[in-house]
Write a protein that binds this ligand. Structure first.
Ligand code: AMP
Length: 572
């Protein structure tokens, strides 16, 4: 059976964007969904309409790469593209307008058969799944050749799904209602199923395949994995305490692998964070779970690797076991593990998702012996929280989790009910020595910054690259160690642009070399030996944490400190 054209879905989205009434929107979408041919088509359509696709498959395409592909197919060059983008502020709409100007629509529609909803979702999945060496180039090649086949309208919604910005005023809440209406289910049942499976695309698929009745009993049940609840990062303990209104439950944040242990009568299954079954890789955990009290249960926790003396080992050790083929070798090379449980979502016939965390923890304590529970305390002031944080770090944890005592268990959701606070990473104070105009809506702003450390000597060769040239222009007083456009708010970038323009020394293409006066505090994930800059080091994933107007450039961190941190990171 031929699938429904993607173009129809695009037209629906256009209409949804223009329809102000909530009920009318729901009806339009419901009518569309009820006409679709198969469960997988419903699933794909739901994902494409609300942009769930981009959440499901991480495309990992850098913005500048995407921009390059889009400029290539629209054929107007970067300047033309950015000018149009400045007007619409919407990447998808920009692509449509530019393609229309080139009057590509008619031609495309004649040359190629129109793609179906299933095909478009398939291409997005294909792009997302490419990994390994040369992945980015491959992704872009597919992307460009596919975009060329699309009409302007199709390209608009394809692009929107790539970047995950849908913006037609039709989000998850409305989609829940539309699904309910399309398949004669109650909105409550749809919301509930969404909570359990964590994907509206999947809920739509189930509705089409099994009908509304199947949702009535839809809740967590043993031996069927549910999406684990996730946490949002918080910078400080104070922030977490404030978010949880002065009272929070702190737990060790263990660095291991998430597992869900299901027991139904005498059968035990263990699932990973991605819901794959890993029972056979963890026989000792199965044995342990057999001793827990409770006929049927689903408990949630973290499995960590330990050495012979019971000390926690790095995460990679656990991962090795997941990948290994199960067999004698496996048994021989057994790495001892330890389980730390922190939640329970089902017990003896009763789903517990809606119960507050405090109650769930009490039930968990009845099921599993104390030694297998994640250490937890209630903190109602900063001193208590800090003391526990210290204790967690000493025990080898990467930080703590702060959980709202009254919170339900929301499968698949990342929210503020659970906050993760990690050990404060090392930061560097660096000097902005040059800045580049940005992309997209930032094209008017100097938003990409060259960051430099104080030079202790060295350098001075013939400049071969732009960073070399910047260093030379500053008499080699500073050495570039990174570049970033991350961390500042738009307002900060705008203000910084003005300041930097006032410090301009020379403009090279889109880059403005400035007097080295502004010091910024920079966070990063790693420092790597790298030929990218002539000092031999480069910060990975640098982001500006704040502008240090209290610091003079000569008080910035030195290249020696950068080197020290690099060797520390390499060891640990
Ligand atoms: P992250 O992977 O940094 O987003 O952190 C979330 C992960 O931390 C969860 O998926 C768990 O695997 C892990 N984790 C470690 N300790 C806990 C805890 N006490 N509560 C919840 N998750 C935890």
């Amino acid at each position: 059976m031929a699938g429904t054209a993607f173009e129809e879905l695009c037209m629906l989205c256009e209409t949804l964007a223009k329809t102000p009434s909530r009920n009318a929107k729901i009806e339009l979408a419901a009518r569309f969904l009820s006409k679709l041919n198969s469960p997988s088509e419903v699933s794909d359509a739901v994902r494409l309409i609300i942009g769930e696709a981009s959440k499901d498959f991480t495309l990992n395409l850098g913005y500048s790469h995407l921009l390059k592909a889009l400029t290539n197919i629209t054929g107007v060059g970067e300047k033309g593209f950015l000018a149009e983008f400045g007007e619409t502020g919407d990447l998808g709409e920009t692509v449509r307008r530019l393609l229309e100007k080139g009057r590509r629509g008619v031609q495309q529609a004649l040359v190629f058969r129109r793609p179906t909803i299933g095909e478009v979702a398939g291409v997005l999945r294909e792009i997302a799944e490419i990994s390994g060496k040369g992945a980015m180039a491959k992704k872009l090649r597919i992307l460009e050749s596919y975009l060329k086949r699309l009409t302007p309208l199709e390209a608009k919604y394809f692009t929107k799904n790539l970047v995950g910005e849908i913006r037609h005023g039709f989000g998850e809440g409305l989609m829940e209602e539309a699904l309910a209406s399309a398949f004669q289910a109650s909105p409550e049942a749809v919301r509930n199923a969404h909570m359990v499976v964590g994907s509206l695309g999947r809920v739509g698929e189930i509705l089409k395949e099994q009908g509304a009745g199947s949702l009535q009993s839809f809740t967590v049940k043993p031996l069927t994995p549910i999406r684990p609840m996730l946490a949002e990062p918080a910078q400080t303990l104070r922030e977490a305490l404030e978010e949880h209104h002065g009272r929070t439950l702190l737990e060790y944040k263990l660095d291991g692998a998430r597992v869900q242990i299901h027991k139904h009568h005498s059968q035990i299954k263990i699932f990973s964070r991605r819901l794959t079954e890993v029972t056979k890789s963890l026989p000792e955990i199965v044995e342990l779970a057999e001793t827990f009290r409770g006929e049927d249960f689903v408990v949630d926790g973290e499995v960590v690797a330990v050495d012979q003396s019971g000390r926690v080992m790095p995460f990679q050790e656990v991962m090795k076991r997941y990948r290994r083929i199960i067999g004698v070798e496996e048994a021989l090379s057994r790495i001892p593990t330890r389980i730390f449980l922190f939640d329970i979502v089902y017990l003896n016939g009763e789903p517990l998702l809606k119960k507050p965390l405090t109650e769930r923890r009490q039930l968990l304590e009845k099921v599993a012996p104390y030694e297998f529970l994640t250490p937890q305390v209630e903190a109602s002031n900063l001193e208590e929280a800090e003391a526990f944080f210290e204790e967690a770090l000493k025990a080898g944890c990467e930080g703590v989790m702060a959980k709202r005592p009254s919170s339900p268990y929301s499968p698949g959701r990342r929210g503020k009910h659970w906050l993760k606070i990690k050990r404060q990473p090392e930061v560097l104070d660096l000097v902005i020595v040059a800045a580049q105009y940005g992309y997209g809506y930032r094209y008017r702003w100097l938003s990409d910054y060259y960051l430099a450390a104080l030079n202790g000597g060295g350098g001075g060769g013939r400049p071969e690259t732009l960073p070399d040239y910047i260093e030379a222009l500053h008499g080699w007083r500073f050495r570039v160690v990174g570049k970033t456009f991350k961390g500042l708010t738009n307002a900060e970038i705008e203000a910084l642009t003005e300041r930097l323009k006032g410090l301009a020394l020379e403009t090279v293409g889109r880059t403005v070399i400035v007097r080295p006066e502004i010091v910024v505090e920079v966070g990063f994930s790693n420092i790597q030996p790298s030929p990218q800059y002539s000092c031999g080091y480069a910060l990975r994933f640098a982001r500006i944490l704040r502008i240090r107007d209290d610091k003079k450039p000569e008080e910035a961190d030195s290249l020696d400190r950068v080197k020290q941190l690099a060797s520390k990171k390499l060891e640990g």
